[in-house]
Design a binder for this molecule. Sequence first.
Ligand SMILES: CC(C)(COP(=O)(O)OP(=O)(O)OC[C@H]1O[C@@H](n2cnc3c(N)ncnc32)[C@H](O)[C@@H]1OP(=O)(O)O)[C@@H](O)C(=O)NCCC(=O)NCCS
Length: 195
Amino acid sequence: MTPVDLVTPRLLLRAPGEALIDAIAEACTDPAIARYTTVPSPYRRSDAEGFVRDHVPTVWDRGSGCVWAIRAASEPDALLGMIGLESIADGSAELGFWLAAAARGRGYIDEAVAAVLDFGFSADGLQLQRVQWRAVPGNVPSARVARRAGFSYEGLSRLGGVHRGTRVDLWVAGLLATDPRGPRDGGWPSDSFDP
Ligand SMILES: CC(C)(COP(=O)(O)OP(=O)(O)OC[C@H]1O[C@@H](n2cnc3c(N)ncnc32)[C@H](O)[C@@H]1OP(=O)(O)O)[C@@H](O)C(=O)NCCC(=O)NCCS
């Protein structure tokens, strides 16, 4: 697949290129990203180089993933965060995202998630039937994002993931193409609401 740009009122989502390598390496040293995502830790510049030069073009090319750097529309050469649909197969994909610490608390992630879901479900996009979200229990900020987007909590996948070499439980939620979008608080566990 050829990489596609997505545009929202405040953001430009565009596959990350060479110019963002230093910014990615810098953002991924954030402890919250190390704690809650599968990016390498400690994160080195070579990790960002491999991500931009190998992983991103490969998944776009194979059609197994779509990865976008989240950029302000007014400043497209600066990095706000990263978002992607990975493991695309048979009408399903997995949503992942992070924001650089300085870009949090402004609703950017909701705007980026909405655009990515629109693309994922649309007839002109990936024509997905389901998008899955998974997170390490305790990642309340990410659960808030998923709830606000309309994801339904589906359960705890017991030892369903691997984090830094250790099997861990994962919260699992899903959004179907036919589901209503927008806030959906019902059914989520109480510990996904408060840190
Ligand atoms: C998950 C993550 C992207 C969420 O970012 P965030 O800063 O909590 O979320 P937002 O940037 O959308 O900010 C949301 C807050 O900004 C507020 N906000 C400010 N301006 C806003 C605007 N214009 N529009 C919407 N919300 C706005 C919202 O009210 C919301 O506040 P609340 O959480 O108290 O309700 C971020 O915490 C992160 O990168 N974490 C580390 C990586 C990670 O865990 N990734 C997910 C793995 S599953």
